[in-house]
Design a protein around this ligand. Sequence first.
Ligand code: M6R
Length: 366
Amino acid sequence: EKGGYEHFMLKEIHEQPKAVRDTISPRINKENTQVVLDELKWTKEYVENFNKIYIVACGTAYHAGLVGKYYIEKLARIPVEIDIASEFRYRDPIIDEHTLTIVISQSGETSDTLAALKESKRLGAKTLAITNVVGSSIAREADQVMYTWAGPEIAVASTKAYTTQLVTMFLFAMYVSGLKGTITTERTHELLTQLRLLPDEINRTLEDVEPIKTFAKNYAFNNDVFYIGRSLDYNVALEGSLKLKEISYIHAEAYAAGELKHGTLALIESGVPVIALATQKSVYEKTLSNIKEVKARDAVMIGIAAEDDNELEKYVDHVIKVPATDELLIPLLTVVPLQLLAYYAAITRGCDVDKPRNLAKSVTVE
Ligand code: M6R
C-alpha cells in the first residue's frame, strides 16, 4: 500500500507531480490562454459583487491560504483577509453579502474550519470550499467547491495536499482576474504555460535528494532551526518549519526576514542552522542583507534559490537549487526540499514519521 516507499509521507511527497498535474489539467484550455472552472461558472458581475474575501483554514491549509491571499491580491486585486479557523469566529468578523469566504481543508472535516464556514454563511457571505475529500462535511456545507485532486493523503504531515491547494488557489486567482480583466492575455499565457511545466519541475526537484539527506543527518540533533524569507518565501518558510516540528520534534520557527532585527536575531548564535529562502526578485536584495546579518552571527546557513541564481551561494554555507520558474509559482518547488528535509531529519532521529506523537490526521474537536 506504500507503493515501495518506507512511509506514506515519502510516497505522498513523490506523488506531488501527479497530484499537481491532476489538479491543473482539467482546468486549463489547450492553448494555455484560459482557466476554465466548470465547478464555478461565474460571471464578471458575480465577481464584481465581492468587495472582500476571507480565507479561513488551519495548519498547513492555512499556510496554503497565505499564498492564496498573495495570488488573489496580486492578480485579481480583491482585498483578502486570512484567519486561522479557531480565531475567526471569536473576533466578530465583518461579513455581508459582498463577502466571499474561502475555506481550505484537506480532509473537509476539521471542526474549526467547518464552524467558520457555517458562521460565514449565517452572516450572509457566499462560500467556497477547497478540499480534497469529495462529499466531506465542508464540501457539503459550502455553496461551491473546488476539489484538489491529490488522492488520499494518509500521513499526518500534509504534503501533496499543500501543493495541490497552492495550484488550486492559483487557478482561482487567475480565473477571477480573467473575469475582472485585471490581467493581460500575454501574462495569462505566460503564467499558464509555466504552470503546466510544474509537475516535471517538481520531479526534477525530487531527484536532487542526496544533499538534503546529508543536511538532515548533520543538523538533526540541533535543538532549534530557523527559517527565513520575505513575501512568498516567508509563507513557504512557515510551512517548512511546521513540517519539521511536527514530525521531527525539533523546535523550528519561521520569520519574515525583515522582522529578525525586531527581536529574533538575539537567538542566533554560532552553529544554529538557518534556512533562508531567496527567490522573490522584488525583495531579493533586502533578503540578502538579512542573510548577511545572520551569517555575521556565525549561523550555519542553507540557502534555497532558483537555479539561475548565482549570487546567494556567495553568502551561505550550502545552497539547494530548484528549477527556475515564475516567482509566483516557485513556492511549489521550494517547499519540496523543505518537506524532504523534515522527513529525513525525522528518520535520523528515529521518529514515527507517519504518526507523530500527540497529533491526528483530522482534527474533529474544537
Ligand atoms: O484537513 P485539514 O486540511 O483541515 O487539516 C488542517 C490541519 O490540521 C493540517 O494541515 C495539519 O496542520 C497537518 N498535520 C500539517 O502537516
